[in-house]
Design a protein around this ligand. Structure first.
Ligand code: ADP
Length: 158
């Protein structure tokens, strides 16, 4: 049976850290759906259309990756896609509490849900979309941290 997992996030914008997690997840699952979602606690720099376009371009060389937008409960999206697997990336201990809480809550609602945590490469452990935006705002060089298209789009924004 082919196994699909959903990798949800804000991806504002996608970074090499996200792509590292995606690559690792593809070793475990047959297909990954990157789910662009809006986090009510985060105001995004890029619109959902921009984020979708950027992710599609950044993952065009990957096989078995789809990109979608959904702005409702993740668990409903999983049901629609007929899967119980969620991928999340872990950077540092600081991610743990939030992720732990969400994973347990999801499982409380549906016992079948499994959140699979994948640890990033150490060189990406300090990398976040927010840091990249901050650097770009002050004309810092972000080329080591993001795909080319993100670098270009950030230059257009600032
Ligand atoms: P969210 O608002 O849902 O946290 P993000 O786009 O910030 O959305 O993150 C999506 C997922 O990717 C989260 O699981 C986050 O921990 C993970 N992630 C973000 N940056 C990195 C990174 N540099 N290395 C590994 N995982 C990361």
């Amino acid at each position: 049976m082919s196994k699909t997992a959903v990798y949800p996030g804000t991806f504002d914008p996608i970074t090499n850290g996200h792509l590292d997690i995606l690559q690792r997840a593809l070793k475990i699952f047959d297909k990954i759906i990157i789910l662009v979602a809006d986090n009510p606690n985060k105001k995004t720099l890029f619109s959902k259309e921009e984020r979708l376009e950027i992710i599609k371009e950044s993952t065009k060389d990957f096989q078995n990756v789809e990109v979608e937008y959904y702005n409702s409960l993740l668990l409903n999206f999983l049901k629609q896609k007929n899967t119980n697997f969620i991928i999340r990336g872990l950077r540092a201990v600081s991610d743990f509490e939030y992720e732990f809480q969400r994973a347990l809550l999801n499982r409380e609602v549906n016992q079948e849900i499994e959140t699979v945590f994948i640890m990033t490469k150490d060189k990406y452990s300090y990398l976040s979309s927010s840091i990249v935006k901050e650097m770009a705002m002050f004309s810092g060089d972000v080329s080591k941290f993001v795909p080319k298209i993100v670098e270009t789009k950030l230059k257009e924004k600032f």
